[in-house]
Design a protein around this ligand. Structure first.
Ligand SMILES: *Cc1c(COP(=O)(O)O)cnc(C)c1O
Length: 230
């Protein structure tokens, strides 16, 4: 056991975090990847979740993530996920720092990432952020917008696009949430049938609705508050 691990187990927050992770895991299929969203928490809490078995962590700001990534540099098998909306001027850093980017949400950003990935020789896995329920406060492609942009996206040969991501609007019932998640799953199937065979991943579901998302076919859930109780 490393020094980091034994310190984490002695930390008063360890048991609570480990219990919540167990509870989440027991309510979703084993094949669903749990991304622990650590954007509002500390390196200490991340370490506790790591010791409890989590290897995927989600951050929403490039700069905040960098500090934690440096603090946790010894934990070399962590997979870092960028889940927050990405300003153009942060794209280069995001590509350098993250293994996955879930929030590719517009053609101009995709074009920029394509150029940067060519230069940086680093190619994170990318998810297209889609918005299949009306939500003025969220970014992402509607289905119609995505189909309009597909021919241009197809030209960006440096991009490793492997799936879709969605964030639901607040205030949906469980039934409505399930219906929207199912539409995302259907959209992925439609894209595969059009030749986008690599669109296999579905990043959907947060603390409030991860179990519903898993039922609708999520391959990854992004859970923050329910693990870290912020
Ligand atoms: C913050 C955030 C989450 C986690 O939300 P919780 O409600 O804390 O589980 C998931 N996805 C995105 C894109 C987020 O910004």
């Amino acid at each position: 056991m490393t020094e980091a691990n034994s310190e984490a187990i002695q930390s008063p927050i360890y048991q609570a975090i480990a219990d919540r992770i167990d509870q989440i895991r027991s309510s979703i299929p084993e094949t669903v990847r749990l991304v622990a969203v650590s954007k509002y928490t500390t390196a200490e809490a991340i370490c506790a979740a790591y010791v409890a078995g989590v290897r995927d962590f989600g951050e929403s700001r490039v700069q905040d993530a960098k500090i934690k990534q440096e603090e946790l540099a010894d934990l070399t098998d962590i997979t870092w996920h960028m889940i927050g909306s990405l300003q153009s001027n942060k794209a280069k850093q995001a590509i350098a720092q993250f293994d996955w980017i879930h929030s590719l949400d517009r053609l101009s950003l995709a074009e920029q990432c394509d150029r940067l990935i060519g230069e940086l020789k680093k190619s994170p896995k990318l998810l297209l952020q889609v918005k299949l329920a009306e939500d003025p406060s969220k970014s992402g492609w509607t289905e119609a917008e995505l189909f309009a942009d597909l021919p241009n996206l197809a030209k960006l040969s440096n991009l490793d696009i492997v799936g879709l991501m969605t964030i639901l609007p607040l205030g949906l019932s469980d039934e409505q949430a399930y219906a929207v998640f199912c539409r995302v799953e259907k959209l992925a199937a439609k894209l595969r049938s059009l030749g986008w065979h690599r669109i296999q991943e579905l990043s959907m579901g947060m603390s409030a609705d991860y179990a519903i998302a898993a039922r609708a076919g999520a391959s990854m859930i992004r859970v923050g508050n329910q693990i870290f109780k912020l």
